[in-house]
Design a protein around this ligand. Sequence first.
Ligand SMILES: Cc1cc2nc3c(=O)[nH]c(=O)nc-3n(C[C@H](O)[C@H](O)[C@H](O)COP(=O)(O)OP(=O)(O)OC[C@H]3O[C@@H](n4cnc5c(N)ncnc54)[C@H](O)[C@@H]3O)c2cc1C
Length: 286
Amino acid sequence: MKARAFAYVRPRTLEEAHAAFAAADGDASFISGGQSLVPALAMRLQAPQVLVDLAGVDALRGVHLDGDVLRIGALTRHADALTDPLIRRHAPLLAAAAPFVAHPAIRNRGTLGGSVALADPASEFPAMMLAMGAEMEISGDAGLRRVPADEYFLDLYQTAIEPGEILVALHVPAAGPHACCAFDEMARRRGDYAMVGGGLMAERDGDALRAVRIALFSVGPTPVRARGAEAALEGRAPDADTIAAAQRALDGDIDPMDDAEVPAAMRRHLARVLLGRLIRKLEADQ
Ligand SMILES: Cc1cc2nc3c(=O)[nH]c(=O)nc-3n(C[C@H](O)[C@H](O)[C@H](O)COP(=O)(O)OP(=O)(O)OC[C@H]3O[C@@H](n4cnc5c(N)ncnc54)[C@H](O)[C@@H]3O)c2cc1C
């Protein structure tokens, strides 16, 4: 199949981008890297009259440290998460997740903003926003607003972004000197969407872990915070008993569904195994 014919606009500012979207009377799509949208157009799962290309909007570019928060422009490419020195130093969980996202050709075009705006429940970066406690900066009619990751993911492919709004940047708390993190996923083949994956952020306090945040993906319609498992780890040294307690607690954190590829019971089992691996990775990297 081929995409339906569409008009194409390339605005230079947020104001122009909003105006172009409004002029299409709602029958428009923003496009960033096109790595999810273009296949959807080609299959006619989406057929907007107008594509509003965000690539020329400077406000969506750049990675800057602002105090203890790293501002990552929405147009930052997946590949930059692997190489950008500020991301590697201050958001190491993103750098750890990046090699697992698709393949190099897609990572060279796909953007962090596009991934987090789309919010595929099997995607790595949206869940890492939850694990890092990031805030999403969104531009809309009322100007700019920020939405914490805990309030951003609403349902399957549904986020706090309203139609016509633009994800401008991701604001990530910079990892402090005692921060530690781990990422892992289980996929049938490297580069495939994962059957289960997750990221863990924490602070080391002697042998104990504090400020633990764990987010899993491919376990439900949105990325999921594993709050029970976090509580089981909080303030404790991650020894074998604590890991087992966190794995038991994880059962109450997720409610995976059966699908044609992976039965729910298997996903639950894989999530427990994954959590154990994440915690042991933290210790191995000490
Ligand atoms: C073969 C293949 C394998 C893949 N494997 C993986 C994988 O393993 N893991 C993974 O996470 N992803 C995977 N992807 C998806 C890829 O990571 C996409 O790049 C990403 O999901 C979307 O980013 P994009 O910049 O390409 O967005 P686009 O495709 O341009 O846009 C995606 C959606 O987000 C909207 N949008 C884009 N930018 C903004 C913005 N700034 N504000 C508001 N809305 C916006 C668009 O309107 C569209 O609805 C794969 C893609 C392909 C083709």
